[in-house]
Design a protein around this ligand. Structure first.
Ligand SMILES: *Cc1c(COP(=O)(O)O)cnc(C)c1O
Length: 425
């Protein structure tokens, strides 16, 4: 008996996709096991105890559970030190604390990986001098575009760093919502070496969103000075209800801590209000949850490429983040996909997503998101701007088995809406 019915054709496609994905699943399991032991050994080393999971209020002085979790986070990120707080409101807020923690008026920052993620552009003040942006504070922004193959232009980066003094070099690990490949940790290591070669005092900062635990090493393990990310993506394991983290060299983490609370107060304060338990559980679950998300991505790539859709990455391509894009070709198909995926969500399955105008986007956007945590993209979710090439970007899945049902429901909806043409099905 099946609780969710799929016809014979969908079942055949499912079997085929699973068969193709199998080899990749073995590879993902090996990475999960490695990273799970990395996290578990950090918990053991720091002797996590029940009292660490308690509640602090007020200023939060002496919250040893909070302090211990920061040391564990540092170890998991291969860094000297870390901050992990529910008071970071989003990934963008966390990255903002890093940028303002390190940069001072008249400093320069160079982005090595082309135009950064949408929400960060306002923080730099790239397009306009947003009130309170880095530009507003007199910090000069420059970026080196990616080459036509989507990889960083190391030659141009070195030339730029030789020509002017830069306080920070900024790297985005994930592809975000573009079709460029995500950056491997190996490549981040190459970028770090290139920066050090010409400008040894430049702080190398990595936006690590969507990248944590996808590979067996993290950017600080290949020399990056700082990383930061969101707890409602990979690092929160699908359990943290909100928050962010920063990890890296101790002196830089301390500078960020002064910006996070107040200069001279730094990391000593911050009541955890009972959230420690979820942050500990989330970090503990993170390697496994990331593995489930990767399996969902690989499976989806295999399923939709078999139907002739262009997917990126391919099911058997090396991955450095959890994002999967599928080029569906027209808006009717995108809408059918997102509606089908929403119908398989554990929360809000009865709602129907519609395209809407979203601030910061020129075209309408449709999203499928039926998550326990509002906006959590470590849970199965999909976003699609209604514009060429009519691609959907999907990510997450708290567990592969339920996420797979969501993906198959997306396919079923595409078939029912007659959006799959010709002999594809
Ligand atoms: C999600 C993301 C951000 C911003 O995080 P929010 O939580 O959406 O503010 C920044 N950079 C990258 C690469 C991301 O994926």
């Amino acid at each position: 008996m099946n609780y969710i019915e799929f016809d014979k054709k969908i079942k055949e496609l499912d079997t085929l996709a699973l068969l193709k994905a199998k080899g990749q699943f073995d590879r993902i399991d090996a990475i999960t096991e490695f990273n799970q032991q990395k996290v578990l050994s950090a918990f053991i080393k720091y002797k996590v105890s029940e009292s660490d999971l308690g509640v602090s209020t007020g200023y939060g002085y002496g919250d040893t559970g909070r302090d211990k979790l920061e040391q564990i986070t540092a170890l998991c990120m291969g860094a000297e030190d870390a901050l992990i707080r529910h008071t970071f409101m989003s990934g963008t807020h966390t990255l903002t604390v890093v940028l303002f923690g390190i940069l001072r008026p008249s400093d320069r920052v160079l982005v090595l990986t082309g135009r950064p993620y949408d929400t960060i552009t306002g923080v730099f003040g790239i397009d306009e001098k947003t009130d309170g942006s880095l530009k507003d504070f007199g910090i000069e922004y420059n970026q080196i575009d990616l080459k036509s193959d989507g990889l960083p232009d190391i030659k141009a980066i070195k030339e730029e760093l030789k020509s002017k003094k830069y306080k920070m070099a900024y790297i985005q690990r994930s592809r975000g919502y573009s079709l460029r490949p995500s950056l491997t940790v190996d490549m981040i290591g190459e970028l770090v070496s290139a920066v050090r070669e010409v400008s040894k005092d430049t702080v190398v900062m990595v936006d690590n969103c969507y990248g944590e635990f996808v590979e067996t090493r993290e950017p600080c393990e290949v020399g990056a000075d700082l990383v930061a990310g969101s707890l409602i993506k990979n690092m929160g394991g699908g359990i943290a209800p909100t928050g962010g983290y920063i990890a890296g060299k101790k002196k830089y983490v301390e500078m960020c801590a002064n910006r996070m609370s107040a200069p001279g107060v730094g990391r000593e304060i911050g009541a955890t209000l009972g959230v420690n338990r979820e942050l500990y559980m989330g970090l503990f679950a993170a390697p496994h949850t990331v593995g489930e998300a990767l399996k969902t991505a690989v499976y989806s790539a295999a399923l939709f490429s078999a139907l002739g859709y262009k997917v990126s990455p391919e099911y058997n391509e090396y991955r450095a983040d959890i994002i999967q894009s599928i080029v569906l070709g027209d808006s009717k198909t995108l809408i059918a996909f997102c509606k089908g995926m929403q119908s398989g969500a554990p929360v809000d399955s009865h709602l129907t997503p519609e395209p809407w105008d979203m601030s910061g986007y020129t075209d309408k956007v449709i999203m499928a998101a039926g998550s326990f945590t509002l906006g959590a993209s470590i849970e199965l979710s999909a976003d699609a701007p209604l514009r060429e090439p009519f691609a959907v970007w999907m990510q997450g899945g708290l567990n592969f088995h339920s996420a797979k049902a969501g993906v198959l429901l997306a396919l079923k909806s595409m078939i029912e809406n007659n959006t799959i043409k010709g002999d594809k099905i």
